[in-house]
Design a protein around this ligand. Structure first.
Ligand SMILES: C[S@@+](CC[C@H](N)C(=O)[O-])C[C@H]1O[C@@H](n2cnc3c(N)ncnc32)[C@H](O)[C@@H]1O
Length: 257
């Protein structure tokens, strides 16, 4: 077949949510059975991968914060190449593709190379983890809003966050990818005026059977993390709403830390 006869299908940029397969959208679930190839990340939970038909091609493009298995540029090019040979392609990402997921970069690369795309949002991990930990991200009298930031910086470089505006007791702060910089996060928020007794929830592997939530304070946060054995996807919820976690706990978490 000559390349002009190839039908190009839109690449589907799909959010898989934070882990619990029941949190997949109906659309994401349907598409899993309709595409030819799925390019997926490390954060996509195994029970979700097990929903992929055996005949569907899978490409692992997983990455860790400091150890990229497949460089972003290669992922971008792979999506274009797969679409150009006429495959129905799904790019499956943990959480939501447009929240710290580099989905925007992939979409730009596709559109700039003449490949159509669609986005299927997923439940971002902050929403999923907070809900499963019994923490409303906003709550009358406790938090008027919520901010999502990344706590990841290029190796050995300090974080370039606007600490003064983040140190706001009226707003819940959710830090994605903050484990490596936990000391700096705690110290900068305190230096910029947030009470050192501000409650913090460290939520690990949220929405999954092994979910663990450690409740700490801003000043004790680095020690809480250091003395725990948590590994893998973790985020911090910082703010007064964390005080509700005890009373609103509904999800059976794994024991211990
Ligand atoms: C590269 S970001 C991807 C975020 C994703 N696009 C989203 O919307 O949730 C990866 C970070 O998300 C957070 N994360 C993702 N899934 C999580 C989970 N199940 N439990 C706790 N944190 C999670 C962690 O902070 C992790 O380091």
């Amino acid at each position: 077949m000559n390349s002009s006869e190839v039908t190009i299908h839109p690449v589907m940029l799909v959010g898989a949510g934070p882990g619990d397969p029941d949190l997949l959208t109906v659309k994401a679930h349907r598409l899993l059975g309709e595409v030819d190839v799925i390019v997926y990340d490390r954060l996509v939970a195994k029970p979700i991968l097990s929903l992929i038909p055996e005949t569907t091609e899978r490409v692992f493009a997983g990455k860790r914060a400091s150890n990229h298995y497949m460089p972003q540029e290669d992922i971008n090019n792979l999506l274009v190449d797969l679409a150009r040979v006429g495959k129905r392609v799904m790019r499956l990402k943990g959480g939501d593709p447009f929240v710290f997921g580099r989905g925007g970069e992939e979409a730009l690369h596709l559109v700039r190379n003449g490949i159509p795309f669609e986005v299927v949002p997923g439940i971002t991990s902050s929403a999923g983890c907070a809900a499963y930990a019994g923490i409303p991200l906003t709550h009358r009298g406790l938090a008027q809003g919520v901010r999502f930031v990344t706590g990841h910086s290029k190796s050995d470089e300090p974080l370039t966050l606007d600490w003064r505006s983040l140190a706001d007791p009226e707003t819940t702060l959710v830090v994605y990818m903050g484990m490596a910089n936990v000391k700096e996060i705690s110290q900068k928020l305190i230096e910029n005026g947030l009470s050192d007794q501000t409650p913090v929830a460290v939520i690990n592997m949220g929405t999954r059977p092994q979910q663990k939530t450690l409740v700490s304070t801003l000043t004790a946060l680095p020690e809480t993390v250091a003395s725990s054995d948590i590994k893998g996807a973790t985020l911090f919820v910082i703010g007064r709403v964390v005080t509700l976690a005890d009373e609103l706990a509904w999800f059976a978490e794994a024991a211990g830390a």
